[in-house]
Design a protein around this ligand. Structure first.
Ligand code: BG6
Length: 487
């Protein structure tokens, strides 16, 4: 469905996110025929580039990040014709008047300002947008995560943005919410009657949420070393996934109904305190090891540092203190340079109350529902069956397996394709509200505090290409459970 006419202004247009995600995503939507003929994209960044240089950068971004069969030469030319570039100093005065002049011709449309920059620039950019008369009722602002680096800075950033853009025109992006499979979680939970009666502490033993990456920090060292995995992944992506698993059914699928329910989960998270953080949280940092393509250096060598407190791995035992989830652990883990790229949610049901089988039938393994977010998106329900054949009663575990690729065979659109157009449509359902972001920081805060204590243990080393430090395995195994993928 085409959207109404709009202009997208990307601040940080020469950066990693714009090149890797935003420009390719808009290109894909253009190829799909979803962009109106007069939709324009304005790149804004500090670099004093001529327009031709920016177009070259955009062309290279598309060549690098869009598979060859999906980028016909004519489509690339048509897309590039939509692009403009304005050099703008986010914290200075240069370029703003030029930007205002450039946007004068599109003032009758929806204008989306996408701040693909660090959070320190959100305030200065919003202030200047207001001062140059660019933040009128037809405009919306999109900010990337992480918003702030702790509760106080997030509140300050939100207040600065809020002094220019009201909440209903502010879109805090968490691209995990735009992933097809993450949205499918809502369809799965709320469009099937089968699971809801079982979706509680009486029937679920525990939940695991894993977002494992095989890559390292990939050219974002400056940012990553000041953030670490807790701020980069847990505060946003992992907690959002936890919310979608744990939330009550919203009354309607509209932005505030969904976000109200997610907020309740965040507020019900069992507090991790400075005192119990060492017991419930494991942080790690990778050392030299191997990836699928050969040996890889450790984090410190990669960044050329002697030492760094930045964690590239976190595992947490969390809990949601409410009637539905009392006593059900939520084990979260994420890390870079792990053994595989895999994101999945595993719901393990309680064991059967009593076995009627002889020991020779083998163990009864508790049912598991695996929601694979990436790669190989799909849903598996692991059940016990009788091993076919004449060998008597032997039990075996098999999956009911639904693979998106096999079932639908479609290209899985990137999250940004959906999310940027949702901003144009004015649909905030898949964006984080201010109170959600702040509630997430409130929960994360004591962990950061505990880690910054001078006597705190540094991140535990792990070898690149493994499943993280041994302590992360102990975190779950001391409860008599194991990580689902053998990690
Ligand atoms: C980003 C993080 O938000 O998500 C990155 O800043 C991480 O460090 C990325 O690599 C992972 O996203 P995806 O979509 O590749 O799972």
């Amino acid at each position: 469905i085409p959207v109404s006419s709009f202009a997208l202004v990307v601040f940080g247009a020469t950066g990693d996110l714009a090149r890797r995600k935003l420009l390719p995503a808009m290109f894909q939507r253009d190829v799909a025929g979803q962009l109106p003929d007069d939709a324009h994209i304005f790149g804004a960044a500090r670099a004093r580039l001529a327009e031709g240089e920016f177009l070259l950068l955009a062309r290279q971004a598309i060549e690098e990040h869009v598979p060859a069969p999906e980028r016909a030469a004519a489509s690339v030319e048509r897309f590039l014709a939509r692009l403009r570039y304005v050099a703008v100093e986010a914290t200075g005065e240069e370029g703003w008047r030029e930007l205002a002049v450039a946007l004068a011709s599109v003032q009758d449309r929806i204008i989306v300002f996408y701040l693909a920059t660090g959070p320190a620039l959100f305030g200065p950019i919003c202030e200047r947008l207001a001062r140059f008369g660019l933040a009128g009722g037809n405009t919306r602002v999109v900010v990337e995560k992480p918003v702030g680096r702790d509760l106080a800075s997030a509140q300050a950033v939100n207040t600065m943005i809020g002094s220019v853009f009201p909440e209903e025109r502010t879109y805090r992006i968490d691209h995990y919410l735009g992933k097809e499979t993450v949205q499918n979680l809502m369809a799965f939970r709320f469009a099937n009657g089968l699971f809801e009666p079982l979706w509680n502490a009486a029937h679920i033993d525990h939940v695991q949420i894993t977002v494992a990456e095989s890559l390292g920090v990939e050219g974002r060292a400056g940012y990553y070393d000041t953030a670490g995995a807790l701020r980069d992944m847990v505060q946003n992506h992992l907690l959002q996934l936890l919310c979608l698993v744990a939330m009550e059914p919203p009354a309607r699928l509209d932005a505030d109904a969904v976000r109200d329910e997610k907020l309740k989960v965040l507020c019900a998270l069992e507090p991790i305190t400075e005192a119990n953080a060492a017991y419930n949280v494991v942080r790690g940092q990778y050392r030299a090891g191997a990836s699928a393509s050969g040996p890889v250096p450790g984090y410190l060598e990669e960044l050329g540092l002697e030492e760094s407190p930045a964690e590239t791995f976190v595992a947490i035992k969390a809990g949601v203190k409410n009637w539905r989830w009392a006593g059900v652990p939520f084990y979260l883990r994420t890390g870079k340079r792990l053994a595989a790229r895999v994101s999945e949610i595993v719901i393990t049901f309680r064991a059967v109350a009593h076995s009627v089988f002889k020991p020779s039938a083998g163990p009864i393994i508790a049912n598991r529902l695996v929601i694979r977010l990436q790669p190989d998106e799909g849903v598996q329900l692991w059940l016990m069956i009788k091993d076919p054949g004449p060998g008597g009663m032997r039990l075996r575990q098999v999956p009911l397996d639904m693979s998106f690729a096999t079932a639908f065979g479609l290209r899985n659109p990137d999250a940004y394709e959906r999310l940027v157009l949702d901003v144009v449509r004015g649909n905030q359902t898949l964006f984080m509200r201010r109170d959600e972001v702040e509630a997430a920081w409130r929960w994360i805060g004591p962990i950061l505090e505990a880690w910054s204590h001078p006597a705190a243990e540094p991140p535990k080393p792990y070898t690149a290409g493994t499943w993280g430090p041994a302590a992360a395995i102990a975190l779950i195994e001391r409860d008599g459970r194991t990580w689902a993928d053998g990690g």
